[in-house]
Write a protein that binds this ligand. Structure first.
Ligand SMILES: Nc1nc2c(ncn2[C@@H]2O[C@H](COP(=O)(O)OP(=O)(O)OP(=O)(O)O)[C@@H](O)[C@H]2O)c(=O)[nH]1
Ligand SMILES: [Mg+2]
Length: 348
């Protein structure tokens, strides 16, 4: 890397201040970009979806794939269907185990074939199907016994599903059902496995996506997730550096392709914040929510996310001519709080 003179006085070569657009940024393809960039990194996880037939396993997977419209056309799953998801740059192998009786018998007879190397087991129960509670509790017990025999320690997530009445209306009977089921499941588990309960419905997609995000947090430590999110952002924008700050110039997350860029960040970030503080004093209607700076063979973009409280600031550094236009970068910056929220990372 060439030597960089980090004196603030010499940095000011060109500052391009771009007028802000009013209103919120329209939805962009960020999510698609995140997933398109994903690739297997040898850190793939196996997630099993199991439970009785008709409990909603395949519907949950479609909800995660944002293919809600297809739920009405779902047919009972024949045997095991394998799906591959990407989450940031992790690969998730989801195994949707058809729940008809004949299949359950088969899985339990050949557990090695179906349950080996399970990292997470999502056990789905239709909480509206009271007549089949004993049946589902019995399969759950058999399943846990098989995991014990195989000496596996999957993380168990119980999706108490079809809970729209509980989540979207107030349904005290449904709440009692959930409590009763949770007690019985906990008793069967008898603290053998890590187990969490999630209340879900396809009528509230957030209930499913946030449950899945919390599973991801459990599998991958949040700091690692943040790092990966910033790396994906940098890769996506051809940036050498991507740093997220709060308004006190506190670094919330960063990705540096090379440690040597540290100095550049350290010296340029305060410069942008200083300029921001002058905004109110500048005559005329000059906005400083998007700034571009060129310095030698580098360019810098500084973007403010005004919709998030507290405000977030994204600093990108790239080789000259490689960073995208400010509008594109602005759209992506708008998506950051949502992404971090989904990861359960508290930025406030
Ligand atoms: N009320 C309600 N119905 C749901 C919900 N999720 C799924 N369903 C319905 O439940 C039925 C069964 O859903 P599937 O996803 O096919 O169930 P499955 O567990 O995959 O069933 P098998 O493949 O046979 O094991 C379908 O008619 C879905 O529309 C939900 O949250 N609430
Ligand atoms: Mg199915």
């Amino acid at each position: 890397m060439p030597r960089i003179d980090s004196s603030v006085n010499q940095i000011l070569v060109t500052v391009e201040v771009v007028a802000s657009r009013n209103g919120k940024t329209k939805a962009c393809n960020t999510c698609k970009r995140w997933s398109r960039l994903s690739h297997s990194n040898g850190n793939a996880k196996k997630i099993i979806f199991t439970g009785l037939d008709n409990s909603g396993k395949s519907s949950i997977i479609l909800a995660l794939k944002k293919s809600i419209a297809k739920i009405s056309q779902l047919k009972p799953t024949v045997g095991v269907e394998r799906e591959t998801f990407t989450f940031l740059d992790y690969t998730i192998h989801a195994h949707d185990l058809g729940g008809q009786k004949k299949y359950l018998i088969k899985y339990l007879k050949q557990p090695d074939k179906f349950f080996e190397e399970t990292d997470v087991c999502i056990y789905v129960i239709d909480i509206q199907d009271i007549g089949r509670f004993n049946e589902t509790l019995s399969y759950f017990k058999d399943l846990l016994d098989k995991y014990a025999e195989m000496e596996l320690q999957p993380l168990l997530y119980i999706f108490l599903h079809k809970a729209e009445k509980v989540l979207l209306e107030s349904d005290s009977a449904g709440e009692k059902t959930i409590e009763m089921l949770s007690d019985q499941l906990a008793e069967i588990n008898n603290e053998r496995y890590y187990m969490e309960f999630k209340v879900t419905t396809v009528y509230d997609i957030w209930s499913i996506s946030s449950s899945f995000a919390s599973i991801m947090q459990k599998i991958y430590p949040p700091s690692e997730l943040i790092e990966k999110a910033m790396k994906e952002l940098a890769d996506n924008l051809n940036a050498e550096v991507a740093v997220l700050f709060d308004e006190n110039v506190l670094m919330l997350a960063n990705f540096l392709r090379d440690e040597q860029y540290n100095d550049l960040v350290q010296y340029t970030a305060p410069y942008f914040f200083t300029f921001k503080n002058f905004e109110t004093k500048i005559k005329g209607d000059i906005k400083t929510d998007k700034m571009r700076l060129e310095l030698d063979q580098f360019e810098f973009l500084f973007i403010e996310n005004k919709d998030h409280a507290p405000r977030l600031y994204l600093l990108l550094i790239g080789k000259s001519g490689t960073l995208p236009g400010l509008d594109k970068v602005g759209e992506i910056a708008q998506q950051l709080p949502e992404l971090f929220l989904q990861l359960g990372v508290n930025l406030s």
